[in-house]
Design a protein around this ligand. Structure first.
Ligand code: UTP
Length: 475
């Protein structure tokens, strides 16, 4: 039973008692709702963040002399001919087949840039089929289950705001052919927004303004929800982490898993070479002998344009938010033993709907508050043997972030097509160059989810289909 006086007392001690300023006006269900929300907040953590990010406004400038480009494992032109890649693939396949791998999708973001009304995973991106991001990942996992004769558990991190809609979506669609018992939803934590004086903001008289605690909140969400325990029970010790917005990701990649295992890594990452110095992606670096991702906006200008003797960008390893994380490492980080390590929070100044002093709704035109978020890559500096593996952008990275322009539905669909056209050309299908971009067709992950699976499938077809506008290669 939540006790108003005890909770209010704690808020008063932290100078946050204004959260209850409309208490007398609230009905009992609304009071209960507010108390529940207030009790969820770790006030010690919030006041520590206010000290660090608002009161002190301490700026940590990176010491240039300590930064070096991160080492990465380059991708050879012909993987089949490369001994280390071949043996990584074998290792990876062995682990997947043995049921050691769980898929993990972070889908709790607010997707404000896309502006789609609903969880981002329910956004359609299929060129012909109109299938959604969630369906594509489901089919990729189903394809891996069939290929490796296993049943990969899938954990999907949702938010308080989108969890019910996400679960309903899977229910309505019969889990897209996956066994319902293998799909698990993990609601991530949330943090209160604060104003520029460090006061917790109200969304309305009975609701604290809260937002998801960032993709870095996934570690503690996995622990708190019992997902880590579930993985232990299933003997899954390898987590394949990817974001909900990138339909061309290899959800289950034997080579990546194999390199992670061979190197006895806590957390491995994929990188692509930056298109040019100005591309806005995080960059893998080595700071004081620890692998770290520096956000684009924090990267010192002096380093962004640095080139080596051959003219290549020195800091070229762009982060694409694809990781393999060992379960025990996720558990260690998620339990947040502050003696060892605490995931840092980042401050983001945002426009936050709130209430004015007279209690009326207020929609700001300028950022009026601060949200706190954790980033998953901030765990890298304490990870043991954190390898970085090169992949090709056209093979694996085309996120849908924006409603238009770069990283939009349009660019993502163009990239999907380009990939399939490249696969078809590699098996000898002729395209009229200037027609390439006009034909719209689609290859389902259940037909093929990589070039090698495509090649095998295509070569096995007795009657090869003609590639025409509207073609959908399904099974
Ligand atoms: P983004 O950084 O693109 O953020 O998230 P977003 O919230 O989805 O979109 P914007 O910035 O509001 O437009 C990258 C990935 O991390 C997940 C997202 O769902 C996406 O898969 N994420 C982000 C979470 O799961 N939780 C969060 O709190 C934040």
């Amino acid at each position: 039973m939540l006790d108003y006086n005890t909770i209010k007392e704690k808020y008063s001690e932290e100078n946050q008692s204004h959260v209850f300023q409309y208490w007398d006006e609230l009905s009992s269900p609304l009071r209960e709702k507010l108390l529940l929300q207030a009790s969820e907040i770790d006030l010690n953590e919030v006041s520590q963040l206010i000290d660090e990010h608002i009161t002190c406004e301490e700026t940590h400038s990176l010491e240039l002399s300590k930064i070096k480009p991160a080492q990465f494992i380059p991708r050879p032109d012909k993987i089949e001919a490369d001994k280390s890649w071949k043996s990584a693939i074998e290792y990876g396949i062995e682990a997947i087949s043995a049921g050691r791998v769980a898929a993990f999708t972070v889908a709790g973001g607010q997707g404000t840039r896309l502006g789609f009304d609903g969880p981002k995973g329910t956004f359609p991106v299929g060129i012909v089929s109109d299938k959604t991001l969630f369906q594509i990942f489901s089919e990729k996992i189903l394809a891996a289950n069939r290929r490796y004769n296993c049943s990969i558990p899938w954990f999907i991190m949702t938010s308080h705001a989108n969890n019910n809609q996400t679960v309903d979506f899977f229910e309505k669609n019969n889990y897209f052919g996956l066994n319902k018992n293998t799909v698990n939803f993990v609601i991530q934590g949330r943090m209160p927004s604060v104003d520029k004086n460090g006061k917790i903001m109200l969304q309305n008289k009975s609701t604290i303004s809260m937002s998801p605690d960032g993709h870095g909140g996934s570690f503690r969400a996995l622990c708190r929800s019992g997902a880590i325990k579930q993985m232990e029970d299933l003997n899954c010790d390898i987590i394949s982490y990817f974001q909900v917005d990138n339909p061309i990701v290899h959800c289950i990649d034997p080579a990546f898993i194999g390199f992670h295992l061979i190197n006895n890594s806590d957390m491995s990452s994929k990188m692509v070479k930056k298109v040019d110095a100005s591309e806005k992606v995080g960059i893998f670096t080595d700071i004081d002998n620890r692998t770290s991702v520096i956000e684009y906006s924090d990267m010192p200008d002096a380093l962004i344009n640095e080139r080596d003797n051959s003219g290549e960008l020195l800091y070229q390893a762009g982060s694409i938010a694809i990781h393999i994380i060992s379960r025990d490492f996720a558990k260690k980080i998620g339990h947040g033993d502050s003696e060892i390590f605490r995931m840092p929070f980042h401050r983001a100044d945002k426009k936050i709907n709130t209430i004015a002093a007279d209690g009326s709704d207020y929609k700001p035109k300028q950022p009026n508050g601060i949200k706190f978020e954790m980033f998953v890559f901030d765990a890298l500096p304490i990870a043991k043997n954190p390898i970085v593996l090169e992949t090709l952008r056209q093979d694996e990275f085309s996120p849908v972030k924006n409603a238009e322009g770069s990283d939009s539905l349009k660019t993502c669909q163009e990239d999907q097509l380009k990939q399939w056209i490249a696969w078809l050309k590699s098996v000898g299908v002729n395209f009229h160059e200037n027609e390439d971009t006009k034909i719209k067709f689609e290859i389902s992950p259940l037909f093929a989810d990589s070039f090698s699976s495509f090649k095998t499938k295509w070569e096995s077809l007795l009657n090869k289909p003609e590639i025409v506008d509207g073609l959908y290669l399904e099974n």
